[in-house]
Design a protein around this ligand. Structure first.
Ligand SMILES: NC(=O)c1ccc[n+]([C@@H]2O[C@H](COP(=O)([O-])OP(=O)(O)OC[C@H]3O[C@@H](n4cnc5c(N)ncnc54)[C@H](OP(=O)(O)O)[C@@H]3O)[C@@H](O)[C@H]2O)c1
Length: 284
């Protein structure tokens, strides 16, 4: 599986997958909508493609063994897009979510669930080798959730501060993806993966404050205030999905797995490590 196409290679996880694959010496191609803005490693072949324009996909997939797939395109494009991807690839590693994990954080009504399930069904029934990655909350969500407030001042206003999650570093998701793309033995696996610790949202913001040496004033806001104020982080259905998930998660520790260490042989990075490495993003 030496010729690998990364779809979503300019995003949070895909960019790390591209970088880690390139470091192994694999032949990496990245399908991107705007090659001029991709800024990927020089040895990576960058090709123009768009998941919503299925006719652009065949050339991108030509000669490819394995695909790393991130799908954030509209649901209407799933059927024609997956038809092309599964026709060309022998192996697909798909970045999904913990759809089957019984923890309440992951089991709230979610407008995206049907699309995830459709993608998984298309892959499962196609006959390709597949691996589904099921990470919990990304540590990198802090960049869109809290960094704008922290860059603007010392106040962070946020709902459900007591809600715990186990934030996972995007580099650890990528490390598991690289193993699944390059090694045998991961076919049919569904890897539920998390960071190493259950931390409340309050503890996560406080960790960022400690790392950047500022005493942040963290104030809890009501779900209704959050619905009005958090539209900067996504459309209302996404905000409502998060509010429901955090509300349901309160009162019990986050779901923590040992998948990253089992697959990569290295412990998953802590939120403190992630925040330390990302400190510049929280400073003006
Ligand atoms: N955030 C979390 O806590 C969390 C937890 C579990 C699972 N997930 C899942 O993880 C996935 C998101 O991963 P991420 O954060 O790494 O993604 P991301 O940073 O939002 O990046 C999305 C990538 O997809 C590309 N893309 C979007 N539309 C495209 C199209 N029409 N054609 C081709 N490429 C397109 C983007 O390219 P451009 O540069 O062209 O925009 C970008 O490279 C989602 O499926 C989400 O549900 C997230």
């Amino acid at each position: 599986m030496n010729r690998i196409l990364v779809i979503g290679g300019t995003g949070t996880v895909g960019r790390q997958v591209v970088a880690q694959l390139a470091a192994t010496g694999a032949q990496v191609r990245a399908l991107v909508r705007n090659p001029g803005a991709a800024h990927l490693q020089s040895q990576v072949e960058v090709v123009r493609g768009d998941l919503t324009l299925p006719d652009t996909l065949d050339a991108c997939l030509h000669g490819i063994d394995a695909v790393f797939l991130v799908w954030t395109a509209p649901a209407a494009a799933v059927a024609p897009g997956l038809e092309r991807i599964t026709k060309h690839a022998r192996r697909i590693v798909y970045l999904s979510a913990p759809l089957k994990t019984a923890h309440p954080l992951f089991q709230q009504p979610n407008a995206l669930r049907a699309m995830f399930e459709q993608i998984e069904r298309s892959i499962e029934t196609s006959g390709v080798q597949w691996t589904f990655l099921r990470p919990g909350m990304f540590a990198a969500n802090a960049l869109s959730w809290w960094a704008p407030q922290i860059r603007a001042g010392d106040f962070v206003r946020w709902p459900y501060l007591a809600a715990p999650t186990a934030p996972i570093d995007e580099r650890d998701i990528a490390a598991v993806a690289v193993r699944a793309l390059c090694e045998d033995g991961h076919a049919g696996a569904e890897y539920v993966m998390t960071g190493p610790q259950s931390l409340s949202q309050l503890e996560q913001v406080a960790t960022i404050g400690r790392v950047i040496g500022r005493s942040l004033r963290i104030e809890e806001i009501s779900p209704d205030e959050a619905r009005r104020e958090l539209l900067t982080i996504g459309p209302l259905p996404a905000v409502n999905m998060l509010l429901r998930a955090w509300a349901a998660a309160i009162g019990q520790p986050a779901h923590v797995t040992s998948t990253v260490a089992e697959i990569t042989g290295a412990p998953p990075k802590t939120f403190l490590e992630w925040a330390t490495d990302s400190a510049a993003e929280f400073q003006t």
